[in-house]
Design a protein. Structure first.
Lengths: 310, 295
């Protein structure tokens, strides 16, 4: 089904059922946040899992998407779908520039460059007038989908976010299993060999980077409309660290890992929020535990145990 | 009062001095990162947190034991170095056979833990650390007033950088170290205890960070975020300079500090981003970094 293996199809149906059933028992706003972060993590996983590129500055694309969606919805009164698309395009545009700069270096330097560029973007957002500085952009209207369907009801908004998430999820799955995706995996496994086979690997890496940044921008835009606010938190490097954590916990290079990772880290933050810095400390401990004990992540370990790919 | 390019000279020299001081910290931190990367092949994301830990140890020594600045300058690097040995032996040494990225992720996790614990116990507002009595006051240099402590920071950082350079480039120990960086297996075959050397290199690198932390304590308030603010800029410094050469790290560190200081005078809005802009220019013109070798 849809190019999924049998195990993946089963997992996809389970996920679909959960997405449909969840809002009737759990708080829809929390679930929407979860879906936005899950899409963000899936977009990030496209790079780390399938091209082997560790971008430590993905908050830049997520946060800029969030700012632009909020700003266009509030100032230009764009309808929500257009505002989110604007956020995605902004993420992709920023990703084009930053990705083009960062792919000049490999490995550890790539991570440091993306981190530094994202930090530059953070300072830009801190000073630029349109972001509202420390206050952020507040009271962003959700508007009406296509100008017809008002999204003020949480359930209606949830349906829209769920569709956005599923579309992004399936798009990534499609890309990974396309001939383009096969070349990306070849680059991950052995870049010099891919070059010697005649592939212009820089172009492939850049395209994957732009795609990932664009989807991160869409996730950020959707989150801004859900909460009606876009702030510096979304562009801060702690957010970049968080998306790395989600993907690592769930399983890098797995289809469902980032989704499960987003579920785990967001639930943890939800329950630990009242204990202040313990969120940070726990995040750090999970990083250490993941790297030392289960590098394949939750889904990766389960898949390895069952000898299937998830 | 005379002016230079339309700016009052005291303002210009004041910002220049601040830039040199920031540059001193960039140099000390990027030096430690470069030494650790050379030997361990990991980028130590916890470097900023250990810099902060150095400042906290100095503060704790004074607050709880009444031990002053000069002893702290020796003791804090030792304490943090010992902590580094524990980290390396217990955690980091398990990653040498894996992709470099895991080292970055592990040390990022360690940084989160250390900074989170510090914030939990001491809040994020920060605590003042007094300038030692012997370094208080200011000197009149004719064209500007130089606070004695700030002058001392620059001198101390320069001496430390020079000492590190001498140890690595001019002593038998340093020669073995450089050999092990090039080819660890071969050096081990000659009977050198390479794992011990790796551990001590890590301890030495983080001790440098702690030394910088003690130097920084009287200038910035001692607070849990002081390292996080520095480390990303230091990464940019490392990308600009390349991690191949020690003198390269030092020159790049001081140079970028000065550029940042001057930007504060001529175009203050860009002072937070100028180092990243320099990084972009260097990436465009010389992708391998100013002192780096092409990979």
């Amino acid at each position: 089904m849809l190019g999924f293996s049998r195990a993946q199809s089963a997992a996809f149906l389970v996920m679909l059922a959960l997405i449909v059933a969840a809002p009737f028992t759990l708080y829809p706003v929390f679930l929407m946040k979860l879906l936005c972060f899950a899409l963000f993590a899936c977009a990030f996983n496209l790079l780390i899992g399938y091209v082997g590129l560790l971008s430590f500055g993905h908050a830049a694309y997520f946060g800029m998407g969030s700012y632009i969606a909020a700003w266009t919805a509030k100032t230009w009164h764009l309808t929500p779908e257009l505002a989110i698309i604007a956020g995605g395009l902004t993420g992709a545009a920023l990703g084009t520039v930053f990705g083009w700069l960062a792919i000049r270096r490999q490995g550890i330097y790539f991570a440091m460059i993306t981190l530094a560029l994202a930090q530059m973007n953070y300072f830009f957002c801190l000073q630029a007038p349109f972001t509202g500085g420390e206050d952020g952009i507040q009271q962003v209207p959700r508007g009406a989908l296509f100008g017809i369907l008002p999204l003020d009801n949480d359930m209606t908004m949830y349906a829209v976010v769920a569709v956005i998430f599923l579309a992004g999820f399936l798009l990534i799955h499609r890309v990974v299993h396309s001939p383009f995706g096969q070349v990306l995996k070849a680059i991950r496994e052995n870049e010099p060999r891919a070059i010697s086979l005649g592939y212009r690997t820089d172009n492939y890496k850049l395209l994957a980077f732009i795609l990932s940044a664009g989807l991160a921008g869409i996730a950020g835009g959707a989150k801004a409309l859900v909460f009606g606010i876009a702030t510096l938190t979304d562009v801060h490097f702690a957010m970049s660290g968080e998306v790395v954590l989600m993907t690592l916990v769930g399983g890098m290079g797995t289809v469902f890992g980032p989704v499960v990772g987003a579920l785990i880290t967001n639930s943890m933050e939800y329950y630990l929020a009242q204990f202040g810095s313990w969120v940070t400390i726990t995040q750090g401990a999970i990083f250490v535990a993941c790297v030392l004990l289960f590098r394949r992540g939750v889904i990766g370990e389960i898949a390895a145990k069952l000898r299937i790919s998830l | 009062m005379f002016t230079i390019l339309g700016f009052p000279a005291p303002l210009l020299f004041g910002q220049l001095l601040l830039g040199v001081i920031n540059g001193a910290f960039y140099a000390l931190l990027s030096l430690g990162l470069a030494v650790i990367f050379g030997m361990l092949n990991i980028v130590n994301f916890a470097h900023g947190a250990l810099f902060m830990l150095g400042a906290f140890v100095a503060w704790g020594l004074l607050e709880y034991l009444g031990i002053g600045y000069w002893w702290a300058l020796v003791l804090a690097p030792l304490v943090v170095g010992a902590f580094g040995i524990v980290l390396e032996k217990l955690l980091i040494s398990r990653l040498y056979k894996l992709d470099h990225l895991y080292g970055l992720l592990l040390t990022f996790g360690l940084a989160l833990i250390i900074e989170g614990l510090a914030r939990n116990n001491f809040g994020s507002s920060g605590m003042p650390y007094p300038i030692p009595a012997s370094l208080q006051g200011a000197m009149n240099l004719g064209f500007m007033f130089l606070p004695v402590y700030r002058g001392w920071v620059v001198v101390a950082a320069l001496v430390m950088c020079l000492a590190t350079w001498v140890v690595i480039e001019k002593t038998p120990l340093g020669a073995t170290l450089r050999a092990a960086t090039e080819n660890a297996k071969l050096v081990q075959a000659f009977g050198v205890n390479v794992p011990l050397m790796i551990t001590l290199t890590y301890a030495g690198g983080v001790a440098l960070a702690a030394f910088a932390g003690v130097l920084a304590a009287p200038i910035y308030s001692v607070n849990p975020n002081m390292g996080a603010n520095f480390i990303i800029v230091v990464f940019a410094v490392v990308v600009i300079g390349g991690m191949g050469s020690i003198l390269g790290s030092v020159v790049t560190g001081f140079g970028l500090g000065v550029i940042e200081g001057l930007t504060k005078v001529f175009y203050p809005q860009a002072s937070a981003t100028v180092i990243f802009l320099v990084m972009i220019i260097v990436l465009l013109a010389r992708p391998a970094g100013l002192f780096g070798r092409a990979a």
